[in-house]
Design a protein around this ligand. Structure first.
Ligand code: SF4
Ligand code: SF4
Length: 172
């Protein structure tokens, strides 16, 4: 099983989070924009023109956002380093893939953090089982992450987290 990098590396991404989601000003974004539309603050080189001033300009949501490594994985592994700037036809495919992979990476991050807990053997086995199911073998398209085996495991993570909650109490 190959556990992907679960920390974002924006230098290896095509700024996918700056396109993929709709913004509404009341949601801690300083402007409104539609899904699959580049933020007007995004530069041609995928940098943010207000990066050093995000919170002050009303973009606290950008400061808080994490893709848990899904962005660079979509760009590098599923699209071989190609970008929507090079080929605009890729834009909606890449943003769709980010929206599929991000919750999977967030779930993997939770399961990784849980591994530090003293859990009964059955729950540790379940943690490994879910982690494995969320890591399909040699994925090369978003379809690999939409398989029932992956999506069923993703849907099972909240119940698993509820089950391990008593073992997490007292830790901080
Ligand atoms: S999608 Fe993730 S890796 Fe890509 S720019 Fe956004 S935070 Fe960075
Ligand atoms: S403000 Fe900057 S970080 Fe936030 S979406 Fe726009 S370009 Fe991306």
């Amino acid at each position: 099983m190959h556990l992907p990098d679960l920390k974002e590396d924006c230098s290896r991404c095509a700024a996918l989070c700056c396109l993929a989601y709709p913004f509404a000003p009341h949601e801690d974004f300083g402007l409104a924009k539609a899904q699959d539309t580049p933020c007007p603050n995004l530069c041609k080189d995928f940098r943010c023109s207000i990066h050093t001033d995000l919170a002050a300009k009303g973009f606290g949501g950008c400061v808080a956002y994490s893709c848990a490594g899904a962005g660079q994985r979509v760009t590098q592994e599923l699209f071989d380093g190609d970008t929507w700037r090079d080929d605009p036809d890729l834009l909606t495919h890449m943003t769709y893939a980010l929206r599929v992979l991000r919750p999977i990476h967030e779930a993997l991050l939770v399961l990784q953090e849980v591994s530090a807990l003293q859990l009964p053997a059955g729950l540790q086995a379940r943690r490994r089982e879910l982690t494995q199911a969320l890591c399909p073998e040699d994925p090369d398209s978003v379809w690999d992450f939409e398989e029932d085996s992956v999506q069923d495991a993703l849907a099972a993570v909240p119940d698993f987290v509820e089950n391990i909650a008593p073992f997490a109490q007292g830790r901080s």
